[in-house]
Ligand binder design. Structure first.
Ligand code: ADP
Ligand code: MG
Length: 242
């Protein structure tokens, strides 16, 4: 059953059509990596999936709820969709524990004791149990991003969206973040990941989508996209990045 269904999605910014008709269905437990050149619409596409952007046409359906229908409570729907950004976006004035506890408490999903227990469990899962009392400014980039992942997981989402989660990291920290994402994938989380980490995509993705110019130009299993790409634009992009 499809967790995420995107049908003929179009997005304009003024007269600039950035997404020109995207169709995708992501199944439960599937890991989809989205690759493509800068400016091809990858971030906009991901942002439409939790309605951080209003769409111009088409449908985005998550867990059978059309995010743009007037019957859908978008805040409730968003609780089910975790998002991790390139620049962490942690609350600088909260310590690590409070960063993770904040949303589930604020939204009435967990009481303080439950939120604390959840936060501690998630910190252990991302290997940061010793950082509960630290502030974001005291953490490395890789540690901040692992906190950001724990914070998204605290809402117990069905779906996780990642927009270039390792692009702002020093090279030696990329592996620790990809490791956490790999664990999540193997535990069956449904994930969409915009990434430039081709090795990760090749290893972890069930499916790779190549976007260019607001379209999905080619998609397939990683061995197909990386080993035997068919479209000229995919071939030329991969020649530059591999
Ligand atoms: P990618 O993530 O693949 O680099 P983006 O989705 O960020 O691509 O951007 C695709 C296009 O949409 C770019 O031309 C960009 O300038 C434009 N764009 C993105 N966000 C906005 C915005 N908020 N307002 C106007 N144009 C935007
Ligand atoms: Mg982007």
């Amino acid at each position: 059953m499809a967790k995420i269904k995107v049908q003929d999605l179009k997005k304009n910014f003024g007269s600039n059509q950035v997404l020109k008709g995207i169709d995708v269905a992501v199944n439960e437990g599937e890991v989809v990596c989205v690759i493509g050149p800068s400016g091809s619409g990858k971030s906009t596409f991901l942002r439409c999936i939790n309605r951080l952007e209003d769409i111009t046409a088409g449908h985005v359906i998550v867990d059978d709820q059309d995010l743009n229908s007037s019957d859908t409570n978008i805040n409730k729907a968003r609780e089910n969709i975790g998002m991790v950004f390139q620049h962490f976006n942690l609350f600088p004035h909260f310590n690590v524990l409070k960063n993770i506890m904040f949303a589930p408490m604020e939204l009435g999903k967990l009481n303080e004791a439950q939120a604390r227990e959840t936060a501690l469990r998630l910190l252990e899962r991302v290997g940061l149990s010793d950082k509960a009392d630290s502030f974001p400014s005291q953490l490395s980039g890789g540690q901040k991003q692992r906190v950001a992942i724990a914070r998204a997981l605290a809402m117990n989402p069905d779906v996780m969206l990642f927009d270039e989660p390792t692009s702002a990291l020093d090279p030696e920290m990329v592996g620790e973040v990809l490791g956490v994402m790999k664990d999540l994938a193997s535990e069956g989380m449904t994930m969409m990941i915009v990434t430039h980490e081709m090795g990760f995509a090749r290893e972890v993705a069930d499916r790779v989508i190549f976007m260019d110019g607001g379209y999905i130009v080619e998609e397939g299993k990683p061995e197909q996209i990386f080993g035997n790409p068919q479209n000229e634009r995919t071939i030329s992009f991969l020649e530059k990045v591999l």
